[in-house]
Design a protein around this ligand. Structure first.
Ligand code: ASP
Length: 318
């Protein structure tokens, strides 16, 4: 019998238990559980994997704790510019947006690009115009304001630094207990079709219209029924350079690797050579899931009709 499965992430990075308060930890776990429940409900009702990943991401985008949609980080100019992508493994349909503003759920806009445009990737003002034309929900700037992201940005806005919302260098101290992240989901539905979706506010203090791996088909997001559906999180530049999500698919298609083995090769062997910190979640058309990261933690969760059901944050659990 076809296994249905959903896996989600809420970002990977230097996420350490000692930096977390019990309340914050609870908040993250609850956010992940809510997203799993929403996405899995779609699969249980016989819905498509594309609708399931979208449903999970809408919940995470609406949750202030995650760096996507409402909780997006501030750019150098003090605004939010969001990126998102979705891909359907059934027919290789894909939709993506980059640098959009005031869109409540960028993943809905990406879905709209996939389903109701002749294009795959829209950016900036054009993407916003398309959102208005399609009746996608917009919100004022205040809706996206969060004090901790503002404080996080204030500390570096006068510098040339930009920061992964998770980790790093001189920002490590500053970022403690504010470990955050891009969100993603992968799913396998009752017809054995798979899909992937990723949504992000990108990196704090980013400028020049910087775009990461998340909305790039093949880098941060990819799905193909014959191999896998993958959503990545981490320092976007190395993920782009290694075409990380598609590389997993290639290792499966051309080298005959299994999902777990292929993901492990990319996350733990190839990406570290480019100092690529982060992780990814994956599913194949048999409903097998894998969640792999080379950082200290990754907000994550999985649920499947084989009884798998968990949410987790640090390296040592599940
Ligand atoms: N990969 C995302 C980016 O580089 C960031 C993240 O995963 O948190 O934009």
């Amino acid at each position: 019998m076809q296994k249905i499965s959903l896996a989600i992430h809420g970002g990977a990075g230097t996420i350490l238990k000692e930096d977390m308060t019990p309340e914050l930890e609870k908040g993250y776990l609850k956010g992940l559980e809510d997203a799993l429940a929403a996405g899995y409900a779609v699969l249980e009702e016989g819905g498509t994997s594309a609708n399931a990943v979208k449903a999970a991401l809408v919940i995470l985008e609406d949750n202030m704790l995650f760096n996507a949609g409402r909780g997006s980080v501030f750019t150098k100019k003090g605004v939010q510019e969001m990126d998102a992508a979705i891909m359907d493994g059934k027919d290789l349909a894909a939709g993506a947006v980059a640098g959009v503003r005031n869109v409540r759920n960028p993943i809905e806009l990406a879905m709209e690009v996939m389903r109701n445009s002749n294009h795959v990737f829209l950016s900036g003002k054009g993407a916003n115009d398309f959102a208005i034309k399609q009746g996608i929900k917009l919100e004022p700037d205040e809706f996206f304001f969060s004090q901790f992201r503002y404080d996080q940005w204030k500390q570096i806005r006068d510098s040339d630094n930009y920061s992964l919302d998770h980790t790093h260098q001189q920002l490590e101290e500053l970022m403690k207990d504010k470990k955050f992240g891009t969100v993603g989901a992968v799913a396998c539905d009752c017809n054995g079709h798979i899909a992937a979706a990723t949504s992000t506010g990108g990196m704090t203090n980013k400028k020049y219209g910087r775009i990461g791996d998340s909305p790039l088909i093949g880098a941060g997001t990819y799905a193909n029924d014959i191999t896998c559906a993958i959503s990545c999180t981490g320092h976007g530049e190395p993920f782009i350079r290694s075409v990380a999500a598609y590389d997993v698919s290639c290792l499966m298609e051309y080298k005959g690797m299994g999902l777990q083995e292929a993901m492990n090769e990319v996350v733990n062997i190839k990406l570290p050579k480019l100092e690529g910190e982060g992780g990814m979640i994956g599913v194949d058309a048999a409903g097998n899931v894998a969640l792999i990261f080379n950082s200290a933690g990754m907000y994550r969760g999985a649920r499947s009709s084989d009884g798998t059901n968990y949410v987790s944050i640090y390296k040592d659990n599940v």
